[in-house]
Structures are given as C-alpha cells and as structure tokens.
Design a protein around this ligand. Structure first.
Ligand SMILES: *Cc1c(COP(=O)(O)O)cnc(C)c1O
Length: 423
C-alpha cells in the first residue's frame, strides 16, 4: 500500500465501507461513558438491537395463544425453524435441509459421535487436533469411555512440529494416509480457537474420504467468520455454536450440518426424540421412531423459541448486510490490522510480538504472542476500553468483526498498543 497508516486513513476506510451503518443495529457496550472498542466477537458476539423485539413477539404469542402459539398467529412457532435454515445455509454453504438448528455445541459433538463414529475391527481411532478446545477433548474422552474403549488407544492427536505453532496441512494428510487402516473418524476444529489457524477443510475431507474415513468439523470459530462450502467440500458432518461470530446471545442455540448423503442411510445410528419424528405423523404419537428424512431428523426436543428468536434477529443482520459483503469487509479489516501489527514490530528496536495466526489461513481472529510485558499491555488495553482477551501464558487474542467493528477501532487498538509498548 502507498499510504502511511494513520487515523485519517482509517476514517477514510470507514467512509468507503458499505457496511458501516450495520454497527447501528448492534448494542455496543459502554466503558467509562464511552463506547468500548469491543474486539471480542470471537467470544461473544454483540446483541442485535432487534433481538428484544423478536423475544417480545414470542412472549406475546405465548400470552395470546398458549400452546396454540405453535400453530396460530402471524408467526406460528412450527415454522420458525424454516425461517432460520435459509439464512444460515448461505453462511454455511449448504442446502437448507442439511441443517438442523438444535441444542448446544457440546451436546451436538456427542450426538455426532453417536452417528459417525463407527469403530470396526482395527479401524477405530479418532484423529483430532492436539490441544483442541477442552470441551471437544472431554467429549472424545468420555464418549470413548462410554463405549467401553480406552481413550489412550482410540484418540490420536496431531499437533504442530517442534518449535512451530500451527499444524501443517501436509502433516495432517500424511497422518491420515499412513494410518488409514486404523482411523475410523477425523474430527477436527475448522478454525483453531487459540491460534486462529483456519484449516483447509476441502483438502482434508478429500484425503479422508480417499482413505475411506468419515470426517466432521467443529466450526465454533468458523461459522459466521469465514466462507464455508460445507456441501461442496462434502464433509460428512459439522457442528457449531451461535454465540461467537453469529451474535445470537449467550448460550445460543447451536446447529449441525449433516451431509444429505447420510439422511436416509439406515446404517447411521442416532439418539432420537419426538421432534425428529416425521412431521406429518408426529402427533399420532406412535411407537417406533420414523425420522424426518433430512438433517431435522436429528432433532430431539421441542425447541426453545426464545433462543430461536435471538438467532433470528442475528441472522437477519447477516441477510441485511449480505454475506459476500461481510466476507469482503472481513478481509479488508483484517488486512488493515495485519499491516498495523507489522508496523508495531518494526517501530520497536526488538521484536515485541509474534503473530501466531498464519498469514494466509485465517479469519477475523489474530493471536499475538507477547514477547515483552504481555500482561501489562493487556491490562493497559482493558483500562483504555479496548476489549481483547488474554490466554495464558502470553497470548492476546482479538477479532475485529465486519458487522460492527470499524477501521477506526482497529486503529485505536494499534495506537494504544503502541503507547503501551513504549511505556
Ligand atoms: C466455544 C467452543 C466450544 C463451546 O462449547 P459449548 O457447548 O457451546 O459451551 C466448544 N468447542 C469449540 C471448538 C469452541 O470454540
């Protein structure tokens, strides 16, 4: 780029930003009487102003109709799921009937193991990333124990090479190929929560399938953050939570993608409940489970309409802004941040920051290994109303998000950081 990065330049980028008014649709938390620079959309996305209206509508429907709210009113609850899967399928890059919006993430991780972990003879290992998010690790460990197997025999972890932070694609592919007679399932995070590394899911899926291995992804940090083409990539399943980049509120309803090729396969086991039962005859309450022949057949319980309402408010924002425009702003915002981070290093006499996130394979999040005064810098940022997060031992994570963050906020982060490093 030709310019010197400056506050004016950041403001100019905001002026040119087609999505700048989207910020007004979100509630920005206030710190010392001033809007926070909230860079924690990777942890809990901010509240769409319309969430309250959508919740009110559910409460109103409940007061007006009681249980008949499922069928009456201008927005019968029975159709609510249909409203959600269309906008979400754009973000996930899949067919609407490949989605089921249900439960929360860790529950869904377990349910996906029920359906897609099928140990047989020697082929019974689960390949996953080393230091996966703890809930994923506990899921694998306890699920395997529940089957009467030994986690040490079954769980195969692959991490970065000695002295490196990111896991190389070539190592993943090689591990899959070399152990194909022993691996039953690859279950991987699409975007690592700690380093921000985005994995090449298309290639991993191709290699797993060539080795006759099922593969699924935990997309907690990928959904609503990066472009996904779940159908085209042909993975077997995926699941995610909706409170991070999808802005659907604390403990929001999660979702699963189940490749349509598995919908009618009787070999796929599942744990069932009445909400997954064939819709036409559900209320006959008959014996013998007959699933809806789509991903919805994996639903168990009567959905929480209050959680649906928040999800809908958030998905509206994605539709309003346009998913492609969101992705394009994400790249620009992130490129600006990256440029400023490089400047932070060159402005110092020694390197002060090591960027853990790979330059090419990333989404909104950047993870910074602080080589000097990490905790002091972090505390200083918070004091100035710049909200990022801290992970032991020395990592600051931040994620400017396209729906409500501005270029000026990225600049604020940088200039504050620069000051703090100078002190
Ligand atoms: C955030 C996150 C979770 C959290 O799971 P919940 O069931 O929603 O609490 C699990 N796995 C990964 C990879 C995450 O990033």
């Amino acid at each position: 780029m030709q310019h010197q990065p400056s506050l004016d330049y950041a403001r100019e980028l905001d002026q040119q930003d087609e999505l700048r008014s989207m910020r007004d649709n979100f509630i920005i938390p206030v710190h010392n009487g001033k809007e926070q620079t909230y860079l924690l959309g990777n942890s809990l996305g901010l509240q769409p102003k319309s969430a309250r209206n959508y919740i009110d509508k559910i409460l109103q429907q409940w007061s007006d109709y009681g249980v008949e709210g499922f069928f009456l009113g201008d927005d019968p609850w029975m159709n609510y799921h249909d409203h959600l899967i269309n906008p979400l399928s754009t973000i996930a890059g899949c067919l609407p009937h490949e989605l089921s919006i249900m439960n929360q993430l860790t529950v869904n991780l377990h349910l996906m193991l029920v359906s897609f972990y099928r140990p047989a003879g020697r082929k019974r290992k689960i390949l996953c990333e080393k230091k996966a998010f703890p809930s994923d690790q506990y899921t694998f460990e306890t699920y395997v124990k529940h089957l009467g197997l030994d986690p040490d025999d079954i769980i195969m972890e692959l991490g970065p090479r000695e002295g490196e932070h990111i896991i190389r694609l070539e190592d993943i592919c090689q591990t899959i190929e070399e152990n194909k007679d022993e691996i039953a399932l690859v279950f991987w995070g699409g975007l690592n929560y700690y380093t921000g590394q985005l994995f090449d899911m298309a290639t991993m899926t191709r290699v797993a399938h060539e080795s006759n291995i099922l593969i699924g992804f935990d997309l907690a940090h990928a959904a609503g953050n990066v472009e996904l083409k779940l159908h085209e990539w042909d993975m077997d399943f995926a699941c995610w939570c909706s409170y991070k980049y999808l802005n659907s509120g604390p403990g929001a309803v999660g979702a699963v993608f189940i490749n349509e090729k598995h919908h009618k396969d009787p070999a796929v086991n599942r744990l069932a409940g009445w909400w997954g039962y064939d819709k036409a005859t559900r209320f006959k309450m008959e014996k013998g489970f007959k699933p809806i022949p789509t991903a919805e057949g994996w639903q168990l319980s009567t959905p929480s309409l209050l959680l649906y309402a928040c999800h809908r408010a958030a998905l509206d924002q994605f539709e309003l802004a346009g998913w492609n425009k969101i992705l394009s702003k994400q790249k620009k915002l992130n490129a600006f941040l990256w440029e400023l981070l490089n400047d932070l290093n060159t402005a110092q006499s020694e390197q002060v920051i090591e960027i853990l996130t790979p330059a090419q394979e990333r989404g909104c999040q950047v993870s910074l290994l602080m080589l000097k005064n990490g905790k002091v810098v972090y505390d200083g940022l918070i004091k100035k109303g710049i909200f990022v997060d801290w992970r032991e031992p020395d990592v600051i994570r931040l994620a400017p998000v396209p729906l409500y963050n501005s270029f000026e906020e990225v600049w604020n982060f940088y200039s504050t950081m620069k000051e703090l490093l100078r002190d």
